[in-house]
Ligand binder design. Sequence first.
Ligand SMILES: NC(=O)CCC(=O)C(=O)O
Length: 262
Amino acid sequence: MKLSCIQTTVFFGEPQKNYVVIEQKIRAAAAAGADVIVLPEMWNTGYALSDLAMLADVGGEQTKRFLSQLAQQLKVNIIGGSVAVKEEKGFYNRTYVMNRSGELVSQYDKVHLFGLMAEDEYMQAGKTDHVFTIDGITQSSLICYDLRFSEWVRQQALQDAHIIYVPAQWPEPRLHHWRTLLQARAIENQCFIVGVNVAGSNPANTFAGHSLIINPWGEIIAEADESDSILQAEIQLEAVAQARGRIPIFADRRPDLYNITD
Ligand SMILES: NC(=O)CCC(=O)C(=O)O
């Protein structure tokens, strides 16, 4: 399975410009033979939170149409990073997943909102996870700050997710957290972890780039630098069963002893 991560600069508060750039990059990744294309977090608006009333995609309709048409035309699966969506109850940081036929397979609203970037003041949190199947493979995706919550990531692995995608807008000063947490989540869940960050900066932050594709043994199989780029790697899904067979942590778990509801 060939993965393509689109690490791009997001034009702050300029959705129409971002749709144009993202379309070019999806086309380039598909032409290079991708099976799955992964976009970063909030690629339509960036973190232009105080302007969401003007900028967010109403009901996600534009994004769903856009991703569906490209997925169908290019016969490629798309993990739609996330976009800012306006619903009756407020704004959501939402992922849409499209399969090669252009069908909406799943959607996810970011569950853990990031107070340091004031996300909790402007957006509503999701309440459910999503584990989905594309090309016959069970997978899941989270969004950025969700990565810090090991229980939430574990819940995806317990539902047999073989690949977990993490679209992000992760700032440069915490690059070491990003790299370390992505690797730790791969090791502790013995699955592929694919982190897709943005490049560039906005008025408040410079972003780290360094999108990463990590195998179930915790080894980095591809890593971007901090610039705009398309990171590609072919992954061997048997590596999940191999890692789990070598150190059977799922069989050895003691959930009867874990009291993690507080
Ligand atoms: N967009 C985000 O959720 C950022 C999360 C982040 O930077 C962190 O350190 O966690």
